[in-house]
Design a protein around this ligand. Sequence first.
Ligand SMILES: Cc1ncc(COP(=O)(O)O)c(C=O)c1O
Length: 464
Amino acid sequence: MDPIDDVLRLTADYAAQFHRTLDERPVGARASFDELRAALGGPLPVAGADDEQVVAELITGGEPGVVGTQTGRYFGFVIGSALPASVAADWLATAWDQNGFSVALSPVAAALEQVAADWLVAMLGLPEGVSSGFVTGAQGANTTALAAARGHVLAAAGWDVGRDGLNGAPRVRVLAGAERHVTVDRSLRLLGLGTSGLEVVPADEQGRMRADALREALGAGQGPTIVCAQAGNVNTGASDPLAEIADVCSAAGAWLHVDGAFGLWAAASPRYRHLVAGHERADSWATDAHKWLNVPYDCGLVFCRHPEAHGEAMAVAASYLQRADGRSPSDWVPESSRRARGFATWAALKALGRDGVADLVDRCCAHASRFAELLGAEPGIEILNDVVLNQVLVRFGDDDETTRETVRRVQEDGTCWLGGTDWQGRAAMRISVSSFRTTAEDVERSATAILDAANAVAGASRRR
Ligand SMILES: Cc1ncc(COP(=O)(O)O)c(C=O)c1O
């Protein structure tokens, strides 16, 4: 047998066994960075090793550092699991070693991105004819969309930013809500728009940008303008009032960008679509497939109502880069060579279908509500947000230290994993339900573990 058979089989067998035993596996990592570095490091090998041996060593040395995002009891950050079909499709993209750069380099990668993008536009209720790009994540999508926005609003002011840069350009106004995601700021830094001039629009108690405050702020200035709204606050899950914001932006002639890393997926569910009503009126959208669609990392998505501005901001041409018929994936993203991200996204959409995606969103939201119900019923435990989507903020004993210690104990216990945050100046436990694997039983089991941790913390403080 060819040695490649052995190494691929070993990997597939291990992966299958890993998935079969997910329920018994710890959710948090069991080894520290330093331990892993020691296990996998040492001096640069002088001579090479057998493929099989390399992978066997990686499994043994690396597994203790694996975080259980594939389990149904991982509730940290906003992290989906990876659907089996999308994992397998991703393996094929790798086994075929396809480059997602162009049609000439991989007709199949280019075609899959086109098909998946068309399906996503239909599923998310975006306008027909929008351009799309497959990027690393919502960070990359925000940057790409805002680059298109920058070019478009400056072109309307008679300035070609692609040719002449920002030196001497008319000032671009950027407005965003006080509870925007930090990646928006990084995008503004990368694009030379900076953050000191960012006009921060006040948000309400759920983190939603206030449309009335936006109207007032827009009225106080003029010139090329970009507004960054949000579908799905990373803490509360609340979405900005997008329909009202779209009205305000169109009256002011501003470009409206929606950062919907996970919240945009509400549009895929008839039950939750109302939360993002008006999203289809934006000029650009950022979202992730690796969060709520449950595809493996990495995969973000950018969509743009103005394909010419999008293409002008991103596309490149050179004589050796032969063009073939079809949508060239690299015309819409800041990268050149890259992973063929369409494989996993196409497979996830094919495996779930429109109904399956809606059901995934609905189930995660129902699980989040159940968490709020189970935890909020206990004395001394407060749910800080309106649980409208898949995010729950929990506070213990109305005390920062008690809350942080409870989070720490839950992480140590290992039944589930979740993180902490500060919400409006108060420490909170943050629960995000984003995995297709999470079951009602996972929620009950995890809630019990959280309550046990909270009781232990309360008991310890009584004894002090
Ligand atoms: C609203 C929002 N925008 C952007 C991001 C960044 O996403 P990514 O890490 O996929 O780039 C996140 C991540 O949670 C988010 O919630």
